[in-house]
Structure formats: structure tokens, C-alpha cells
Design a protein around this ligand. Structure first.
Ligand SMILES: Cc1cc2nc3c(=O)[nH]c(=O)nc-3n(C[C@H](O)[C@H](O)[C@H](O)COP(=O)(O)O)c2cc1C
Length: 466
């Protein structure tokens, strides 16, 4: 099925979290926790027990709130692929395939701006974030965290919408402090607003469908990035008008928090269980004040558990973005994988057709250029299973000679949340030495590098007992 031909019915679970939950239920991929659960540590502790398994989890009764909580949607490829209705290996290719048509015309498939939509069935102007079932995840986390909500903001220069996910710590009835990593569009936009002494309005969309959710973490694509999701499902995904800010919100979100980022205000944020498997350290960071909350009549709150789910959340989109960037320059590239051992964020394995010498280092440099947080890139031949860490290690052991095949790039920009990255004195960035491992066989390596193969025998045609 082509993307364009995807029917409205087929795309529904990708756009609407309720439809997604119904799909998971109907296909035996949903675990329901029926007993009363404490959002402080207990909810995440239960989720941790099932992390990476075949089923997402719906916590039906969360103490102190009227609303259930969903987690685990992305903690393995099979779950995500089932919502897309494709094979699990195809997920990054499907996302990458939406980027090309979007890039050709970023404003195509523009969504409607609806006045009334599921996400504003109920409007709460007497705001209290404490009524939402926002969990405190890990034991040392600084407070309840929204960690799966899509922030929609307008580029102050162009008015175009951008989306990204940011961790947000609830610090009061109508207040949150949050993190902006270096290099994010939201950081640029906040700087512009702060120079003008103005607030920056945003909508924070919780419980959006998998397509707009996953697209929001595609790195640095530019104005109208949210519309990539429309190409992903083959139709516009509607926005709705917010009540108190001039920023669109997702019409099908479960909750929309309307807020303003306050210029020049910094308050304590973190610790928080991060993508690295360590706590992000506390500091004084950006602050927003909530003006209104709109929601469905019976909303479900969406959260992600730090660990495998976050590795996949960042990994799937990074794979898609890197693949799209590499393929445009180096046709030999076949696939990209960001393995869990690299937190789905810091290491990439690239598989390519071995057509000429010098290809490995070329791919290594292009891959680093395509995704800034990468610290290690390994390039393998097409006879290596890039999803299998043992196979990649085998290629590294038998095809990689550090004297010739190692690319070392000192003093590169690193991701500030990784504790191995050396922070700059101003705290605004950090550096790390990056390495590339060319584990492709020498071009024309011949018989010596030919992998052992056996006949592919259909064992069901044999009488085998015991
Ligand atoms: C679950 C999750 C949590 C994230 N948390 C943050 C965060 O707290 N701060 C941040 O700057 N980026 C965070 N990101 C990454 C950004 O959302 C992502 O890089 C996005 O593409 C940035 O958009 P931009 O390139 O338009 O700036 C997170 C991503 C995911 C998937």
C-alpha cells in the first residue's frame, strides 16, 4: 500500500490515541492495570516490570486523578509497526519516505484550523495541573514530569508552526519548568522573544497520535515540520484554535495545555531520568505559565518510561532522518540503525553496498553530519544484520583494522545530557571525541572476506524427530 493510498480508517490509529488504544486492545497488545496505582514511583515501577515487552500498558485508575495513563507504545519496534500497519524493519523507511514529498513542498497537505474539536470538548480556565495524572517516574526525579507531550510553537520570524518534545516538570498549579537542549528551534524562538521582552506562547499537546508524535522529534527540518506527519498518513492532520494563545493545537489530542514561556525567568528543573540511563542534573531553566487546559471529555494521559521507549522514540526518527540525508548523497546506503546500546541516540550502524574503496570513511563523516548527538558510527556490509549486536561485533572483529579503518574526530560537539561529554565553562554545550569504525570488508577483498553460507533447506520437508 502506498502512503497516499492509506485509507482514513487505516490512518486513524496513527492520528488518534483512542483509536490506537482500540487497535492495541483488539490485537492483544494492551495490558490493563485495573488496580489503583500511585503516580508517584509506583506507576513507573510497574511499567518498568513490563518494559520492552509485547504489550503497551493502560493504567486505568491513577490515584488523585480521574484519567487513565498510557505508556509503552514505543518500547519495541513491533508495537509501533503494528500501529503503522507495516513490518517492523520498515518503520524508519516509512518515516524517511514522508520527508522527501514534504521537502518538495513543506506547506502541502496543510491542515484545517478547527474551532471545535475533540481536544476542546472541555475547557478549563481554572487551571490546576495537579488534576492531571502526571507521574513521578524515577526515584530521584525532581517532581511530576510531562515527557511525551508535543510542544507547538510559532517561528516568531515566519509564523510557521514547529513541534518538538520537551521534558516539563510541574512546579505549581499553573507552572512548569522545562529543558531546551542546545540547537533546538524552541531555544532560538525563546531567544528572539526574550530579546523583545515578550512571552512566547505555546500549546502543549498530550496524547496525540503516533504520527504527529514521532514527527515532532525529527531533528532540525525547518518550518512546517509538523506537516511531515500529514505526508506520513497521506492526509492533513487537523489543528484547532487554542482558547488563550495564538498557536495551533492538535484537534485530536487528549489534553492541550495552553501556556506562555516567561521571558528572562529561570527556576529549578530536574533531576530527571534521562535517555542516557542517568539523571539529568538540576539547574535553573526556562519557565512557562499555564493559561488554560482543554481536553476530551474522557481523556487518557500519555507518558513514556525513560529507557527503551525513549531510545526508540529518538532512534526511529533519527534513523529516518539520517537515512534520508545519506541516501540523497550516497546511493550505496541500504539501512541505518541506532542500537539500544547507544541509547538510540549516540551510536549508529550504517549498512551499505561495498562498491568502491574509501566508501566507509565517506559514510562515517556524512552520518556524523546528519545527526549531531552521534558519538560512534559503524559501517557494515549488506551481509551483516545491523539489528544484531553480535553480528556487528563480528564484522568489527574480522573486517576492522584500527590502523587503517578508524576515523577519529576530536573536539566535536557532544550532547550535554551524556555525562561523558565535557561541558564548556559557560554550560551551554560540550565536547567529545567521536569515532568512526569502518567495518566493511576491503573493497574487492575476495575469497578471504566471503562469509560462510549454508544451503537454505526447508526442514518441514524432512522427517525429523526427537
Ligand atoms: C521522549 C523525548 C523527550 C525529549 N525531551 C527533550 C527535552 O527535554 N529537551 C530538548 O531540547 N529536546 C528533547 N527531545 C528532543 C527534541 O524533541 C527533538 O530533538 C526535536 O526534533 C527538536 O525539534 P527541532 O529540531 O525543531 O528543534 C526529546 C525527544 C523525545 C522523543
Amino acid at each position: 500500500m502506498t502512503v497516499a493510498a492509506m485509507s482514513a480508517e487505516r490512518s486513524e490509529p496513527l492520528v488518534d490515541l483512542d483509536a490506537c488504544i482500540r487497535h492495541l486492545d483488539a490485537t492483544g497488545q494492551l495490558l490493563r492495570v485495573r488496580s489503583d496505582v500511585d503516580p508517584v514511583h509506583e506507576l513507573a515501577g510497574i511499567a518498568r516490570h513490563y518494559e520492552g515487552g509485547p504489550k503497551a500498558i493502560l493504567f486505568e485508575r491513577v490515584r488523585g486523578s480521574d484519567w487513565p495513563v498510557l505508556t509503552g507504545l514505543l518500547w519495541n519496534r513491533a508495537l509501533a509497526a503494528s500501529v503503522f500497519g507495516i513490518a517492523k524493519e520498515e518503520v524508519p523507511f516509512r518515516i524517511a519516505a514522508a520527508i522527501g514529498p514534504w521537502r518538495a513542498d513543506p506547506q502541502s497537505l496543510a491542515p484545517a484550523l478547527r474551532e471545535h474539536a475533540p481536544a476542546n470538548e472541555v475547557v478549563e480556565r481554572d487551571v490546576d495541573l495537579g488534576r492531571l495524572p502526571v507521574p513521578v517516574h524515577a526515584l530521584l526525579d525532581g517532581g511530576p514530569y510531562l515527557d511525551a507531550s508535543v510542544v507547538v510553537v510559532r517561528n516568531p520570524a515566519t509564523g510557521a508552526p514547529n513541534t518538538s518534545i520537551h521534558r516539563m516538570m510541574v512546579t505549581g498549579r499553573d507552572r512548569m519548568s522545562f529543558l531546551i537542549d542546545p540547537g533546538r528551534h524552541l531555544g532560538e524562538f525563546v531567544e528572539i522573544a526574550e530579546r523583545r521582552g515578550e512571552v512566547l506562547p505555546v500549546t502543549i499537546n498530550n496524547g496525540v497520535g503516533l504520527a504527529p508524535w514521532i514527527v515532532s522529534s525529527l531533528p532540525r527540518l525547518g518550518d512546517y515540520k509538523p506537516y511531515v506527519a500529514n505526508h506520513l498518513v497521506g492526509r492533513p492532520i487537523d489543528f484547532m484554535r487554542a482558547q488563550t494563545v495564538d498557536v495551533p493545537a492538535y484537534a485530536d489530542a487528549q489534553f492541550v495545555i495552553e501556556a506562555e514561556i516567561l521571558p528572562g525567568v529561570r527556576e529549578p528543573e530536574a533531576p530527571f531520568a534521562e535517555v542516557t540511563g542517568y539523571y539529568g542534573q538540576a539547574d535553573r531553566r526556562w519557565v512557562m505559565r499555564v493559561k488554560a487546559i482543554t481536553r476530551r471529555a474522557r481523556p487518557t494521559f500519555h507518558t513514556v518510561l525513560s529507557g527503551k521507549e525513549v531510545w526508540n522514540a529518538v532512534g526511529f526518527t533519527a534513523e529516518a532522518a539520517i537515512y534520508a540525508a545519506l541516501k540523497a548523497r550516497i546511493p550505496e546506503v541500504r539501512a541505518v540503525h541506532l542500537p539500544p546500546g547507544g541509547c538510540g541516540f549516540y551510536a549508529a550502524v550504517v549498512q551499505a553496498e561495498n562498491t568502491r574503496s574509501g566508501l566507509g570513511p565517506e559514510i562515517i563523516r556524512a552520518t556524523f553530519a546528519a545527526f549531531r548527538s552521534l558519538q560512534r558510527v559503524t559501517v557494515v556490509d549488506t551481509d551483516v544484520d545491523l539489528f544484531d549486536a553480535v553480528d556487528v561485533e563480528w564484522a568489527t572483529t574480522t573486517r576492522f583494522d584500527p590502523a587503517h579503518d578508524l576515523v577519529v574526530l576530536p573536539d566535536q560537539e557532544g550532547h550535554i545530557l551524556n555525562p561523558v561529554v565535557k561541558l564548556n565553562p559557560d554550560g551551554k554545550g560540550g565536547t567529545i571525541t567521536k569515532i568512526g569504525i569502518d567495518a566493511m570488508a576491503p573493497h574487492g577483498g575476495g575469497y578471504a572476506f566471503q562469509r560462510v553460507r549454508f544451503a537454505d533447506v526447508d526442514v518441514t520437508r524432512h522427517d525429523i524427530r526427537g
